[in-house]
Design a protein around this ligand. Structure first.
Ligand code: PRT
Ligand code: ZN
Length: 287
């Protein structure tokens, strides 16, 4: 039995760069060479498999890959109504988008009953229609879904949206969001014993990297009498460190804030008498 862990990621597309980046930040060194399907890590017993995103759920379900990064939209579409061995383990916070139904601008109040809807996500759409007792016909099409209303192939579409620019350019109006999606880490449910240890290590490291993205380390000086008020303003921080300063009326406060620090928060801290406020990025967190 193979002892090396295989992580599948999208070969080239919207998920590729951030997937590679996350793997590298998790301390897994590898070099992706040209058109090669596989890259071997030189510091851990891990292989990276580069594939089309549509193939990822079945590769993980069959055990050809142990872990993988894929859009939740693809994961759900390919596993819905099917017995499978995939399990979502982490939301990764990138490639966020939504799967929405959109109709031509001149039919903003369109009712879906008896309409023809074109989509590349027939399973998710059918489930939505069934759950909401809507009888409509679903046409499965790969690519250029947004053009189908204009060639008479559909009345409306169900497609991924991120900025909304594609819908706008095609005079389409978003009428219903049916799923929110982002990149997720998935694993095979039945990992062999000899792979669980390394898989857990990868999952924990990736968790550490994504938690660190929004986290900041905050350092500031404050008057002793304001410490409580100031600590309340530090978002997502557990028990900050209070350090005495030469001036007996003042202390330094250091805190790991696991939520973003906006300018507004810094201004509120300043209004409470905080000075020398430093906000620093955090690279990794191991809880
Ligand atoms: O070749 P392969 O099969 O691997 O890739 P692919 O072409 O099927 O997928 P790819 O690389 O386009 O997308 C991979 C994943 O990125 C998707 O499954 C989603 O999880 C995620 N993602 C995030 C998106 C978008 N945002 C997105 N905007 N995938 C597609 N789009 C498309 C959408 O289909 C529409 O055509 O972008 C257009 C809309 O974008 P806006 O910004 O104009 O709204
Ligand atoms: Zn694809």
């Amino acid at each position: 039995m193979k002892n090396r862990l295989t992580i599948a990621i999208q070969k080239s597309g919207r998920l590729s760069d951030q997937s590679k980046d996350l793997i590298k930040k998790s301390g897994i060194n590898f070099t992706a060479k040209g058109d090669k399907l596989l890259a071997k890590s030189n510091n851990l017993p891990i292989d990276i498999l580069f594939v089309r995103d549509d193939d990822i759920p079945s590769l993980v379900s069959n055990g050809d890959a142990d872990l993988a990064i894929v859009g939740e939209n693809v994961l759900v579409e390919k596993t819905l109504y099917k017995k499978n061995n995939t399990l979502k383990v982490l939301d990764l916070g990138f490639s966020k988008c939504r799967l929405s139904i959109a109709a031509p601008n001149n039919k903003k109040n369109m009712r879906l009953a008896n309409k023809k809807i074109a989509t590349s996500y027939p399973n998710i759409l059918k489930k939505y229609l069934d759950d909401n007792n809507i009888k409509a016909s679903v046409t499965n099409i790969h690519g250029s879904v947004e053009l189908t209303p204009y060639i008479g192939m559909s009345d409306c579409i169900c497609d991924l949206v991120s900025s909304g620019a594609t819908l706008e350019a095609n005079n389409l109006n978003e009428i219903k969001v049916i799923m929110e999606s982002q990149a997720v880490l998935i694993k095979n449910k039945k990992l062999s014993k000899n792979k669980i240890y390394i898989a857990e290590k990868v999952i924990s490291r990736m968790n550490g990297v994504i938690n660190a993205v929004e986290s900041k380390y905050v350092m500031l000086n404050a008057e002793t009498k304001n410490v409580k008020d100031i600590c309340k303003l530090l978002p997502g921080s557990e028990s900050p460190t209070i350090i005495p300063l030469e001036d007996n009326n003042k202390v330094a406060i250091h805190a790991l804030c696991q939520e973003p620090i906006f300018w507004e928060t810094m201004e509120k801290l300043k209004n409470k008498g905080a000075s020398s406020i430093l906000v620093m990025p955090v690279e990794k967190i191991l809880n």
